[in-house]
Every structure is written in C-alpha cells, then in structure tokens.
Design a protein around this ligand. Sequence first.
Ligand code: ARG
Length: 456
Amino acid sequence: MKLKNTNKAVQQYVASIPFDQRLYRQDIEGSIAHVKMLANQGIIAESDAERIIEGINSIREEIEQGRFQFKTELEDIHMNIEARLFEKIGDVAGKLHTARSRNDQIALDMRLFLKEETLKTIEKLRNLQHSLLELAEENKTVIIPGYTHLQQAQPILLAHHLLAYFDMFQRDKERFSDCLKRTDVLPLGSGALAGVPYPVDREFVARELGFSRVSTNSLDAVSDRDFAIEYEASAAITMMHLSRLAEEIILWSSNEFGFIEIGEGFTTGSSIMPQKKNPDMAELARGKTGRVYGNLMSILTVMKALPLAYNRDMQEDKEGLFDTVDTLNSSLQIFAEMVRTIKINTERISQAIRKDYILATDLADYLVKKGLPFREAHGVIAKLGEYAIAQDKNFHELSLKEYNNFSPLFIKDVYDITLESSVAARNIVGGTSPQQVEIALTRARKVIEEECGHPN
Ligand code: ARG
C-alpha cells in the first residue's frame, strides 16, 4: 500500500495529505462506524473492534492536539491514520480495512464533509437574508431610483430592491437543500468498484453516520462526484448573486452615488488619500467569484471522459471544492455582517432623483388612462421630456399650458403624479407599491422565522 517509489518528487506528486488531512474527522467517524458494523456482523471479533476504535480515538486526539505527524510518503489521510494505528495497536490494525477500499472510503469522507458544509452554507445564506430583511424593514418608506441600463428608469422602494436579493438567496438555499438530498447517500460498501464479498450491513453504517440512503450501484458510488459538482455549481450561482450585490454596494457607496455608507470595520482607508473609504469586502467578493467559477470548470473538466470506475484524476476534486466551500462560506458571513452596518443616506438619494424625469412612464400611463394608445402616449411624453430638459425644468414645474402644447388630454390632476403616487400605483403581486412590499416583508420575515425552527 505504501508508495514503492522513494523518489521525493514522485511522492510529493501523488500525495494528497497536504490538503486531505482536512478530512481526518470524517475519515475517523467513517472508520468507527465501519468497524462497529464488522463486529456486529461477526466479520471481525468484538474485542478487535474495541481495540481498533480505541486506537482510532486516540489518533483523533493526537491530530486535534497537533501531535500527529502527517507523512507525505503515506500519501493520503487514510493511509496516514492506518499506519499510525499499526504503530499503536499492532497487527490487529490490519482488520480495519476489511470489506473496504480507499475508493469507497474517500467517497464517504467527501460526502460527510460536504453534508456538514452545505448545512453551514444554507445557514449563512439565511443570515444574509436576515440582514437584508432588517435593512429593508428599517427603511420601508425610502424611495430610490430604479435602474435599467444603469440609467434612472422608475422610482421603486429601497425595500423592494433589497428583497430582490432576498428572493435570489432563497432560490440559492433551495438549490443547496436540493443537492444535499443527493449528497446524503452512503457509498461505503462499494469496495474498490464491484462491492465487497462480506455480509456487510450498509443500512447500519448509514444510520450510524446519519445518511438517509445507501448507494445502489457500486461502480457509480466510487466514481461519482456529481454531489461536489452540484455544490460547486450552486456556489457559482450564489457567488454571482453576491457579486451583483457587491457591485451595487460599491456603486452606492461611491461619492457619485452616496446612497449608502458601509460601517467602519468593513472598509479600508488609503494612506495617502484620507477622504477614501474603500469597499474592499464587496470588491473581494466580486473578485472571488472568479475562482469559484474556475473551480466549477476545473472539476467538470477533471470528470469529463473518465472511464468507470475510480481513476486517480479524481483526487483533483478536493482542493477546488475546499476552496469553493471556504470562499463561499466566508463571503456570506462577511456580507451578513457588513449589510448590518449599512446606513442609508436618504438626502443623497432624493438629490439623485433631482429631476422628476423618472416619472415619464407614469405620465405616459396617465395619457393612456385618458384614452390614448400607449405607443402614442409614449411619443407625446418623449417630446415633452425633450422640452422639459431644454428648459431645465422638472415635469411638475411646467405650466398646464405648456403641457397642453403636447396634448390636450393633460388637466390639473397631472400634478398629482409624484414619486409616491408612482410607486403606489404598482400595486400588483410582485410590484413595488408599499402595500405589496409590506406583504413581501411579512412573507420574508415568516420564511426566516420558520426556517430558524428547522435547520434546512
Ligand atoms: N487520495 C485518493 C483520492 O483522493 C484516495 C483514493 C485512492 N484510491 C486509489 N485506488 N489510489 O482520490
């Protein structure tokens, strides 16, 4: 089992121990469940199982206290632990690997690891949603310009804007919960590829380790990494969402926008430009999105064209996955905390809507309600808008006579069109009216509260 080649470069090339030592806990839990089962089934003696379990537990302590010496020549976490077990309890250690292969062992470790991390990801997503929800609740009445093409388009409630991200992260959680179902499958018992010639009790091992199901095809179970790919794909989508939020935080906290201020602890200053408060956290999350996408492409490329069953290429699944898990979970954590420190600058927001051209659509809709076909109304307002801009006037600063030069349909009530009336008019499911947003906030609050009772 130990690598025969003593060439250092070769040893380092094949070794996964520098990174898979992270799986020591899962490896040990898996071994303990496996050994218990071997004893229950009479495959090994009860007393041997006890000695093995005792030995493994003391190895766990050594690792956790930093006393364990990981060896490159022992390649991976499985062989490092097993070799140490031999040192500790002698030849009986050799019974641990009965009815098992490193191929089903590593598949097990990875699944155990990812189950835990997926639950953490879901919880962190929920925390971020909670922060966004609170910011929305605290600023319920704030109207901001809504954008298309990054041009002011129509007024919307800030809360509506924030809840858009709430919905994105809700779908992300659903994606993670869904792939969790497929990660939650026990591969152990598949052996190297064909199953094992012992009367193992896979259901027992599944119960011991908290798996809901056992795999149904041994070849697939040792060579499938879909569960990791699904996590990485879901992570890529979540990072894409996070990166869009990051971009808006960066824009909105710029001098030009000035809509928000990010709390002290989440910005950095510049040593030569004292006026600067750089949104580094948001920029980094936007940047880190690249590596998460990259990790997804990398694992997809590793897996493509691999013949069944296990191939050593698959050892390349780990670093990318670990990196994605760490990048995603830390980004979500930072964002949940950073969003809590955001202050909304309502003054700057209303200055940004200095001119009420943002109400152009509402003026067109006004004419439609008076009987003009929409396309025609649109043409009228386009001309009216050009005129107002040329005069450097707001719409509401134009006289009724000026309005009537463009259409006789305008009467006094055209002055009732305001930012508030515009927002309130969009009172349909999914719209930005205060009434709809109130319903959406209540629904979001309920989602968070209900989920807090149930971990996923
Ligand atoms: N370190 C290996 C990996 O991560 C464990 C499985 C090795 N199996 C084998 N037959 N060499 O994939």
